[in-house]
Design a protein. Structure first.
Length: 449
């Protein structure tokens, strides 16, 4: 597949650099109703590689029409011809090139769409896990076409299975469980699914790190059991988890699960603000500006964060849009998880090698990088070397509990989440508690609870 990406880059680079043939291609594209441009790849943007390939796929009729012209290989007036390598890619070997692009897009684009869906400022850990599970479900629906490369198809599934377990941490699963619409999805009854005991253990570990007293930890355990069984006061649900927990008519002091859930759903994975914070403060921590101590630097960052929070609240009260926007994003205008799954994704394998190509000022997605084919080949060799040196025998044993086989999360529960179905109470709960009442003190362990 890397050879296909190289060929895509070669085609885009030639027509974007050639004044004459680039103009001829744009004119031919207008005849076919194509109004977009050939997209360059950019290393710093995850979605650019897919747009890179999609633009070439969109230009397929225009590229073929240009390459089969009589003056393509023998232009008049001493103009530069279209290189034979470009002609072979588009026409001679087109029966292999174009199906390979289609397979690559079907494989990678769903995960890029998921990135766009959770790239807003108010995306939560539960949103990330939900999109990841949707990608897994899309992978199970992937069909192998006659013209597809079987090796890449198998490789993408193997890589996704391995990477899924690296991202599916206990804390992410707990955040998904604490979404009122996803409590059944997070605690699955399928083989090797996440257990309710794991949720309790993870929540108690967090409470222990926060130095909660033993009585509050026991109250947290009781709240978790009531929440899992959809008992009062944890009945109902809403697409916006943070809003639901905030409006829950209970006292967080008496029901510590509310405090825990609000804290977890307030975590925004998007790192743009964090990067901007360190960028802004970096100028002050220099010889030319001033030499702040670590304590002063921490206080300054807290002040900045507090002021940003007040500004965020003020904008929200005034009705000013506060959600992050991109031209590529798929986020919806309302907050909360997407309860209407728009279109089935085809697959999920994400592969972002360090690739860059030439930039054109008119391209909105391009960066300042400029890479020729030799640099591209070097980048691929470095990427392959990294894969060879990586230990594929990770701590997680994938065989026997693959997410793509529905053995970790129940995809039927995901359908209920997409339809905004509120979980109902269960009639009974079987819980085995080991040990008796522990002696209360300044410190406690999970076993004490």
């Amino acid at each position: 597949m890397k050879q296909v990406i190289k060929k895509v880059t070669e085609v885009v680079t030639f027509f974007n650099r050639s004044h004459y043939w680039g103009g001829q291609l744009k004119g031919e594209a207008l005849k076919h109703g194509i109004k977009t441009s050939l997209k360059q790849n950019c290393e710093s943007r995850w979605y650019a590689l897919v747009l890179h390939c999609m633009s070439v796929q969109t230009y397929r009729p225009a590229l073929i029409a240009i390459c089969i012209r009589e003056d393509a290989l023998r232009p008049p007036d001493k103009l530069s011809p279209i290189p034979r390598s470009i002609y072979d890619i588009v026409v001679t070997n087109g029966n292999l090139f174009w199906p390979a692009i289609a397979q690559f897009i079907r494989t990678v684009k769903p995960l890029v769409d998921a990135i766009g869906n959770v790239e807003s400022r108010d995306a939560t850990l539960a949103d990330c896990m939900l999109e990841l599970i949707r990608c897994a479900r899309a992978m199970t629906r992937l069909t192998l076409h006659d013209s597809d490369e079987v090796g890449f198809w198998l490789h993408s599934k193997a890589v996704f299975n391995r990477r899924f377990y690296e991202m599916d941490t206990a804390h992410h699963s707990l955040a998904l469980f604490l979404h009122p619409l996803c409590r059944r999805l997070a605690v699955s009854q399928v083989a090797n699914g996440r257990s309710f005991e794991l949720m309790k253990k993870t929540a108690l570990e967090i409470a222990q790190r926060w130095s909660w007293p033993l009585p509050r930890a026991k109250a947290l355990k009781a709240d978790l059991e009531a929440y899992y069984k959809c008992e009062e006061p944890f009945t109902g649900g809403d697409a916006d988890a943070l809003k639901w927990w905030t409006n829950l008519p209970v006292d967080a002091a008496k029901h510590p699960l509310k405090a825990l859930a609000r804290a977890l759903h307030s975590i925004v994975p998007h790192a743009g603000d964090i990067e901007r914070l360190f960028s802004d403060l970096g100028g002050t921590q220099s010889v030319k500006r001033c030499r702040l101590s670590v304590d002063t630097f921490e206080k300054l960052s807290k002040l900045r964060s507090n002021l940003s929070r007040h500004l965020h609240q003020k904008l929200a009260l005034n009705g000013v849009p506060i959600r992050r926007k991109h031209s590529h994003m798929h986020t919806r205008p309302e907050s909360g998880i997407d309860t209407e799954l728009a279109a089935d994704l085809d697959e999920d394998f994400t592969w972002v090698p360090p690739l860059t190509i030439a930039r054109e000022p008119s391209e909105a997605l391009e960066g300042p990088e400029d890479t020729d084919l030799d640099d591209l080949e070097k980048a691929f060799k470095e990427f392959e070397e990294e894969l060879r040196n990586r230990d594929l025998n990770s701590e997680v044993t994938i065989d026997g509990h693959e997410v793509l086989e529905g053995e970790l999360y129940d995809f039927e529960e995901l359908e209920k989440v997409d339809k905004n179905v509120i979980p109902v109470a269960v009639e009974e709960e079987i819980t085995v508690l080991v040990g008796g009442e522990a002696e209360q003190g300044d410190t406690w362990t999970i076993e004490d609870v």
